[in-house]
Design a protein around this ligand. Structure first.
Ligand SMILES: *[C@@H]1O[C@H](CO)[C@@H](O)[C@H](O)[C@H]1NC(C)=O
Length: 606
């Protein structure tokens, strides 16, 4: 090692030691206690006001008492009146098939799966953010406040596990958002999972204790909006924020993450009577609305944006891959605000128009089924300065939410064409499950788009040719004895697939969410059997001693797939919740009474 390098390293470690001292100096009782600013007279007045209006008494908190650098002067109010909506759920709920013993048995199998996971969490990782499903160790990657508790609370209520619910609420009341074990958080994730979970549990149970926690967490997240343009920070450092350091919105951030605060913040304003949360989220919506028609693919927002300058300049347009949460917010936000915010409807309509025109494609498949899948569109400039679009027929599991989006929008805004699209989108993702040997769709695959959505005959030669082209594009120098049939067999490509770039299954919720929404809206009964098949495929392949684990390769041979020692919190709190609701009676969390946030938490429509 050179001398200069050693000096640099020495300085680096010195800086770390100084930083640790600094943290230590700032800590009071706990090593990670966040700094508390001197409380301002304004916040005390606010505290009194809240006490008066809710009958709850928020204790002193870092976040509640944090003075704003960029206060808001013209606050938007939450709409109070609601227009009459058409009934969304199908009137035909008395069908005998729905009431049979079969559905009840399916529902209890789902509950059994959830209970197994919950018991492990309770005994091995109580109060942690999660549990590794193979080694049985607690994990803390979401602030360390017990994300699993908050995220599962409404499921416990919905599954009628009331004792466990009570025990979880008691633990949640002990959570202190002024203390953290991991100060780098993702505010989008905390909002949809933790705040969404608390709000849903409050809406279902009417337990006033939960309202106190909603406000505490809401006030913390509100501090992330204290930037010059009031756009929130997604990758957020709690220490810096609590010390009231200058905050700027990020220059490169997922648009969907920035855009999906509106349901939780609207609901929080509705239940507290304090408009500040709604106002904060609505500013982001307004910014998205203003620029929706001037992106490179008008109607859609690019995957990444510059929040600091409020610029949407990217070239990649998809509803699928990195963040679908914003798009599904739009019809839900319209319903939650009682139809009083036309902006949500307008954005939904432009969005779906652009999607239907550019992103949807019909996959060529052996049974010539009329289905749709959702791909990514890339916009590029030709040499003469015109912009062109290119559809990439690569399908991400997350894009399976789109069936639910079109179903719900079609029902709320009475657009029959959207319901037809919804059926085909759901069928497309069901096909992608069924055509795999173990019935589990991989995280990412490539399909062959038909030239026409009307006429799409199966052509085996064409499929193989596309697979060959794909293989060649990934590895330009194919061996001279390259044989496409061997290649297809070795890569376990089912007919119609030309590549599986990511063979993982994270046990994701997007498809069952869409199946559930479409089923509740149309009453299509075959969806019950499809859902059951998917649940069994997931559960059979992924069960471990301590719950369920993500599957590393869904193209596995034989009975035992390789599992990863991790599973996302959405398996318990979204995937299993939607399966449970699917097999339950239609008035169990009805779409006419609730909207589902991006993490599947049901919030009550006023
Ligand atoms: C899952 O396992 C159950 C019980 O062993 C079996 O009856 C069922 O057919 C399996 N289903 C799937 C889709 O693998």
């Amino acid at each position: 090692m050179s001398r200069a390098r050693r000096q640099i390293l020495g300085a680096f470690f010195g800086a770390i030691v100084l930083f640790l001292f600094y943290l230590h100096y700032h800590a009071k009782n706990d090593q990670f206690l966040l700094s508390r600013p001197a409380s301002s007279p304004q916040s005390e007045a606010q505290q009194d006001k809240n006490q008066a209006s809710n009958g709850v008494s928020p204790k002193q908190s870092v976040w509640r008492d944090l003075p704003l650098r960029y206060p808001v002067t013209d606050m938007q109010k939450v709409p109070v009146k609601s227009r009459n909506f058409p009934r969304i759920q199908t009137a035909d709920q008395e069908s005998p098939y729905l009431r049979t013993e079969v559905q009840r048995k399916r529902q209890s199998a789902v509950k059994e799966s959830f209970q197994r996971c919950w018991r492990s969490y309770r005994s091995l990782a109580w109060g942690a953010d999660g549990l590794t499903p193979i080694s049985g160790l607690p994990t803390n990657d979401r602030g360390g406040w017990g994300a699993r508790l908050l995220d599962s609370l409404d499921t416990l209520w919905i599954m009628e596990m009331y004792e466990e619910f009570e025990e979880a609420v008691t633990a949640i009341m002990e959570i202190n958002f002024d203390v953290t074990s991991s100060p780098e958080v993702n505010t989008h994730d905390l909002n949809i999972r933790l705040l969404g979970g608390l709000l849903a549990a409050y809406d279902l149970s009417d337990d006033p204790r939960l309202m106190v926690k909603c406000v505490e967490l809401g006030d913390m997240l509100y501090a992330a909006f204290d930037t010059p343009n009031r756009m929130p920070i997604i990758h957020w450092n709690l220490h810096k924020a609590s010390r009231r350091e200058e905050q700027l919105a990020e220059e490169n951030v997922l648009a969907a993450e920035l855009g999906s605060f509106s349901l939780e913040f609207t609901r929080l304003s509705q239940i507290t009577g304090d408009p500040k949360y709604f106002d904060a989220a609505q500013r982001v919506m307004d910014s998205f609305d203003l620029r929706q028609r001037s992106t490179k693919l008008p109607g859609l927002w690019p995957e990444y944006m510059n929040a600091r300058e409020q610029l949407f300049e990217g070239d990649e347009y998809t509803l699928g891959a990195a963040g679908n949460s914003f798009y599904k917010t739009l019809p839900q936000a319209y319903a939650l605000t009682g139809g009083q915010m036309p902006i949500n409807r307008r954005m939904y309509e432009s969005l779906t128009l652009a999607t239907a025109g550019h992103n949807l494609f019909r996959p060529m498949n052996p049974n010539e089924e009329d289905m749709l899948l959702l791909g990514t569109v890339r916009v590029f400039m030709t040499q003469n300065g015109k912009s062109r679009t290119h559809l990439q027929s690569q399908v991400h599991y997350q894009s399976c939410f789109a069936g639910g989006l079109f179903a719900l929008g079609g029902a709320l805004f009475n657009i029959p064409a959207h319901k037809r699209i919804a059926h085909k989108l759901v069928d497309g993702c069901i096909w992608a499950h069924k055509t795999m040997s173990h019935g589990i769709m991989p995280k990412v695959f490539d399909a062959v788009p038909c030239a026409s959505q009307v006429h799409c005959p199966w052509n085996e030669w064409h499929w193989k040719q596309e697979a060959w082209k794909k293989a060649n594009s990934l590895k330009p120098e194919l061996a001279s004895d390259f044989n496409i049939d061997t290649f297809i067999k070795d890569h376990h490509l089912p007919k119609g697939f030309i590549d599986i770039p990511d063979t993982v299954s994270e046990l994701r919720p997007e498809l069952i969410e869409s199946i559930f929404v479409l089923y509740r809206i149309t009453g299509r009964e075959d969806l019950l059997d499809e859902a059951w098949r998917i649940f069994q495929s997931f559960n059979n392949a992924s069960a471990t001693n301590y719950g369920n684990a993500a599957i590393v390769d869904v193209t596995f041979e034989g009975g035992n797939p390789i599992l990863s020692d991790s599973v996302d919190t959405f398996w318990m709190s979204e995937t299993l919740r939607y399966f449970y609701l699917m097999f339950g009676p239609c008035d169990l969390v009805s779409l006419d009474d609730f909207v589902f946030n991006a993490a599947g938490h049901p919030l009550r429509r006023p």
